[in-house]
Design a protein around this ligand. Structure first.
Ligand SMILES: [Zn+2]
Length: 268
């Protein structure tokens, strides 16, 4: 236990730029209640087709169940839903490819299916005059456990009890087993001139370019501002998820989150 705490502390210094500054701005209890409500409601195909492109909370309350297992029949693995209520499937396997060393001594890897698109997106962003930087990519379960434990330690250090800490920590660091980073399809991209993981990222040239263009490369901004009640995660103007060009274009045009998009498809 001591070595684990020491390792967490050491790693914490290294990753502080990446994870230490995420601000919390949601009530996870509220979000969970909303999702529970949604899981008990079912929308007919006709109702879904008639649903507005940008769903409001009332419309959400009538969306169908969103358990990952329920969507297996879609056979669309790139749309695999992983969030606080849907864990990475136990038998999930990922074929990784390196995408270079973006932090000293830290090689980054992603799912082979999104490697080329990611590197193309970064190159084009650089070409446009910005300085994108891969801050985090694929994570193992063990790495996610370490990150979560590190966050827990810091929350307790802030004065919360060990009983209160997990829920607070989960607002900004995903509970191990529920992080999209474990799929290899998610990357945290930050601006080289502004390395904090906070809402200030949205004002950087890099993020402005990525938010406008990432869909062209098959990526979506996964946790947009104001969607915490749906995604269960704070606003993260740096976390991009690969879903493939076709789906990314559709999601971008509809202006919905992955949760809403899957629910819409499910209703078809
Ligand atoms: Zn992330």
């Amino acid at each position: 236990m001591i070595w684990l705490a020491a390792a967490a502390l050491l790693l914490g210094v290294g990753i502080q730029l990446c994870l230490g500054f995420a601000r919390t701005a949601r009530s996870s209890v509220q979000a969970r209640l909303l999702l529970q409500e949604m899981e008990t409601a079912v929308l007919t195909a006709e109702e879904t087709r008639a649903a507005p492109l940008r769903l409001d909370t009332d419309a959400l309350a009538s969306l169908p169940a969103r358990k990952a297992a329920a969507y297996e029949d879609l056979h669309l693995e790139l749309l695999l839903l992983v969030n606080p209520w849907n864990e990475v499937p136990e038998d999930y396997t990922v074929e990784l490819e390196p995408v270079g060393e973006w932090q000293i001594g830290e090689d980054q890897e992603v799912d082979v299916r999104c490697k080329d698109a990611l590197l193309r997106m970064i190159a084009d962003c650089q070409e446009a005059g910005y300085r994108p930087y891969i801050c985090s990519s694929y994570r193992t379960q063990e790495m996610q456990e370490l990150l979560f434990y590190n966050k827990l330690s810091r929350v307790v250090g802030m004065g919360y009890s060990w009983e209160q800490a997990p829920e607070i920590a989960a607002e900004s660091v995903a509970v191990p087993g529920t992080s999209e980073h474990q799929l290899g399809l998610a990357v945290d991209l930050i601006d080289n001139d502004y390395t904090y993981l906070d809402e200030g990222q949205e004002r950087t040239g890099t993020q402005k370019w990525l938010m406008e263009n990432s869909w062209r490369y098959g990526f979506i901004l996964r946790y947009p501002n104001g969607t915490t009640a749906i995604t269960g995660i704070i606003y993260e103007p740096w976390h991009y998820r690969y879903v493939g060009e076709r789906f990314a274009k559709d999601i971008h045009e509809r202006g919905v989150t992955l949760e809403e998009y899957i629910a819409l498809r499910r209703g078809r």
